[in-house]
Design a protein around this ligand. Structure first.
Ligand code: ASP
Ligand code: MG
Length: 403
């Protein structure tokens, strides 16, 4: 017997048929003698629908009431799933955040789970009961219902796995697992069997959205093994755990890309202390995230060029900042919003020499120009023209033996 958290995302519980299908998965796990805590999201689209309702009342809808409203989506799926299990003659019960309770700290709509009472649910599990818990929510010290940020059911599942000290945390979703690149665009993409937390974080922050990044981070801190798998097939999913337990035969685990970047170059910036700080300070104040930064060496020892990348959505705001701000002197500014970021990720890169060269050579062979570069221990990213991105992804996928 093992103790497990099973988390089902919005598409997995998106209709009555699907909820009944999920009940069958749980029935099988239950017959195997496992102790089960099930965490559910709201039906897909539901949270957005509720949010829109609140906007019809007011764009600045009261946040305490917003959390009461938004948390109702998960309440619905918890009850429906518990009911479906009871129909299958399984003892199941839904527990709302305040009944457990799941205690949170921080402001409404963006709280975080700090503790969960375990007694009641543990007793129920010992009597072979299946506990169903709505994800995405909790209750504050002063008794208000809270939500923990969009996509927060993953964080709920991981927190529950940690506090209940379960052996596994399985994240059921609508894809087979984590892929070596986007399977919708690049059909030769392969499902990854095992991946480390760090690699998963790099891939998900780069746009391979399978699980909420902050939930993966929590799992990493507490060393909670995760498995992402499909609700709709019987195939094994992707196991996510610490690097020590992974045997790397390949230097690169995945190729990720994002097409929502923009590149800005300030030409003829003074080359003296404080200039970079002056450039980036107002961006920081406007909460514009800067990703890559390159400063050329100054050939005349007086001026230099600074290039950096931001999210494309922030381009307009950034332009305005540079047009208005007199603290920043430069000769000319250029923008390019038709760029994309291409990255290779792999914990095996640390021990394999020549990965950088191999990537650059592969892009050169395809006549693709590199506009900016950044590296970390397990990631190498370049900015290239957007029109080349799919071609580049395919090429790297092949060059690094991922096909
Ligand atoms: N239902 C919430 C949302 O859509 C939480 C979740 O699905 O994880 O953000
Ligand atoms: Mg969701």
């Amino acid at each position: 017997m093992v103790k497990k958290v099973l988390k089902f995302g919005g598409t997995s519980v998106g209709s009555i048929e699907r909820i009944q299908h999920v009940a069958k998965i749980i029935e099988k796990e239950h017959k195997n003698g496992n102790q089960l805590i099930v965490v559910v999201s709201a039906m897909s689209g539901k949270t957005n629908e509720l949010l829109n309702l609140s906007k019809n009342i007011s764009d600045s809808f009261d946040k305490r009431e917003l959390d009461v409203l938004l948390s109702s989506g998960e309440q619905v799926t918890s009850a429906l799933l518990a009911g479906a299990l009871i129909n299958l003659k399984i003892e199941a019960k839904s527990y709302l955040n305040w009944q457990i309770p799941i205690l949170t700290e921080g402001e409404n709509t963006n709280a975080r789970i700090v503790n969960i009472h375990t007694d009641k649910i543990n007793k129920f599990l010992e009597k072979k009961g299946v506990a169903i818990i709505p994800g995405f929510q909790g209750i504050s010290k002063n008794g208000n219902i809270t939500t923990i940020g969009r996509g927060g059911s993953d964080a709920s599942a991981v927190a529950i796995a940690k506090i209940f000290n379960t052996d596994f945390c399985e994240i059921y979703t609508d894809v087979d697992g984590v892929f070596s690149t986007d399977p919708n665009k690049i059909p030769i993409a392969k499902k990854i069997e095992k991946i480390s937390y760090d690699e998963m974080l790099e891939l998900s922050s780069l746009g391979a959205k399978v699980m909420q990044s902050s939930a993966v981070q929590t799992a990493m801190i507490y060393n909670i093994p995760l498995e992402v798998k499909s609700t709709f097939t019987d195939r094994d999913g992707t196991k996510i755990f610490g690097q020590e337990s992974i045997d790397y035969t390949k230097s690169v685990t995945g190729v990720a890309y994002s097409k929502d970047d923009a590149k800005i170059t300030l030409i003829g910036v003074e080359d003296k202390p404080g200039v970079a700080a002056n450039i980036f300070e107002p961006l920081n104040k406007s909460q514009i995230n800067v990703d890559m930064v390159i400063q050329n060496i100054s050939s005349d020892k007086r001026t230099t060029d600074v290039t950096f990348t931001i999210k494309r959505d922030d381009l307009q705001k950034t332009k305005e900042i540079f047009e208005k701000n007199d603290n920043i002197n430069f000769e000319k500014i250029t923008y390019n919003d038709k760029v994309a970021k291409l990255s290779i990720v792999g914990a095996g890169m640390v021990t394999t020499p020549g990965v950088t060269y191999k990537m650059f050579r592969a892009l050169a062979d395809e006549k693709i120009n590199i506009l900016a570069i950044s590296t970390s221990e397990i990631k190498l990213s370049v900015i290239i023209d957007e029109e080349n991105i799919l071609n580049a992804v395919k090429k790297l996928h092949t060059v690094f033996d991922l096909d």
